[in-house]
Ligand binder design. Structure first.
Ligand code: PLP
Length: 399
């Protein structure tokens, strides 16, 4: 007998739950795209995006998913033969690298495996070894959504500087913007890539590039098509050149509402702290489950576990049966396991993910954890006791 007759819970790492206020903001007729409120709204959104990324670098908005955000960066920066240094801690930097190859980039990848963060000393060594400073850019993700590793971006900039290397720092914050502390300017990132459907609580369809001055200068070498060109979007002569075509009207309405919630109702620092608490509750539950049986956090070091998503290892097949149970019995959709081991792409049946990004309160996250706990019991999957107490304790102690 299924009990799934309340509101469905989407506990995946993007797209995340859409707030009713965002849905309502989108429920309106098509606006004038030449004149009137949409123009001011777009300016406000861009300023709000800068506040979220903590940068003075302008926010450029592309109609597309996160992959479009990646392509925008590559189009503006890479010319054939350019050397890039990619830092892999799961799957997502590798995806970005795959897109860089058709641009003619020569990519060297340092692969740190999928259960730990970037080793900064190794990056520094690799850059020191490049005596001519030929490597144009370093590519990294703040949070790898497949492994749930969080990387130290401020530390990465320090490592590049310690090597005295001129490479640009390009950071994928698609999963982490508004879920993790991120200080684009203070930390010295040259480009930040993001998208709207994770921490920003808006249906998939918008990608963002924040382009710092060094990256903007470096872009003079490449010849992107007008659609991707940073220069056109930074100085649009007419409104439609903000998007090189029709504005994504309803996505803008939704995003403006989401940014209002984030910046004016809550505050970005409070949102970071809320994500930290919810993630800590999830980690406390996993820690308790891991006392017996095979469940455990994929990421080894607590300091490298992300506040956006938690990847949980299980015995073979358990992750799949558990996901099927929570979905059918309780209306809770857990994140699939993206294969992390060796070259096996595709999905993994011994890994699932709990997304804890965006529009989330304690009953939502505790409800998801309780549902997983019930599923483990129903399916006879061995696990330690006390997970829900441990998670509630984290919420109780939040200040
Ligand atoms: C989701 C995600 C992507 C890909 O975004 P799409 O919208 O699926 O194209 C890239 N990088 C990271 C870190 C992500 O979390």
């Amino acid at each position: 007998m299924s009990l799934a007759f309340g509101r469905e819970t989407l506990a995946i790492p993007g797209p995340s739950m859409i707030p009713d206020r965002v849905l309502r903001a989108m429920h309106q007729p098509s606006p004038d795209i030449y004149d009137g409120p949409l123009i001011d709204l777009t300016d406000r959104i861009k300023a709000d995006l800068q506040a979220v990324a903590r940068t003075r670098a302008e926010a450029l908005i592309y109609i597309g998913n996160g992959h479009a955000g990646w392509e925008a960066v590559l189009s503006n920066l890479v010319v054939p033969g350019d050397r890039l240094l990619a830092l892999a801690t799961g799957r997502f930097t590798k995806g970005w690298v795959e897109m860089a190859k058709p641009f003619g980039a020569a990519v060297e990848t340092l692969d740190f495996g999928a259960d730990r963060g970037i080793e900064l000393a190794q990056v520094e060594d690799a850059l020191r070894a490049d005596k001519d400073g030929a490597i144009r850019a370093v590519l990294a993700v703040q949070v790898d959504t497949a492994s749930s590793v969080r990387n130290d971006i401020a530390g990465l900039r320090a490592a590049i500087d310690a090597a005295g290397h001129p490479a640009l720092l390009l950071v994928d914050c698609i999963a982490s913007l508004a879920t993790e502390v991120y200080e684009m300017d203070a930390w010295g990132a040259d480009v930040t890539v993001a998208a709207c459907q994770k921490g920003l609580m808006t249906p998939p369809g918008l990608a963002f590039n924040f382009v710092g001055p060094r990256a903007y200068d470096a872009a003079k070498r490449a010849s992107p098509t007008g659609y991707w060109d940073w220069r056109i979007r930074t100085r649009p002569e007419v409104y439609y050149l903000n998007f090189y075509g029709t504005a994504p009207t309803h996505h803008l309405f939704g995003l403006a509402a989401a940014l209002d919630m984030l910046l004016r109702d809550e505050g970005i620092e409070a949102a970071w702290a809320r994500h930290d608490t919810h993630a800590a509750a999830v980690r406390a539950a996993v820690e308790a489950w891991s006392a017996a049986g095979d469940l455990r956090c994929n990421v080894r070091l607590p300091a490298e576990r992300s506040n956006a998503v938690t990847a949980i290892r299980t015995a073979p097949n358990d992750a799949d049966t558990l996901r099927a149970w929570t979905k059918a019995q309780a209306g809770v959709t857990l994140g699939v396991g993206i294969g992390l081991d060796s070259a096996t792409a595709g999905l993994a049946n011994d890994l699932f993910r709990i997304g804890h990004m965006g529009h989330l309160s304690p009953p939502m996250i505790l409800g998801t954890l309780a549902t997983v706990d019930a599923g483990l019991k129903a399916l006879g999957i061995a696990h330690g006791a006390g997970a829900l107490d441990a998670a509630a304790q984290v919420v109780a102690e939040a200040r």
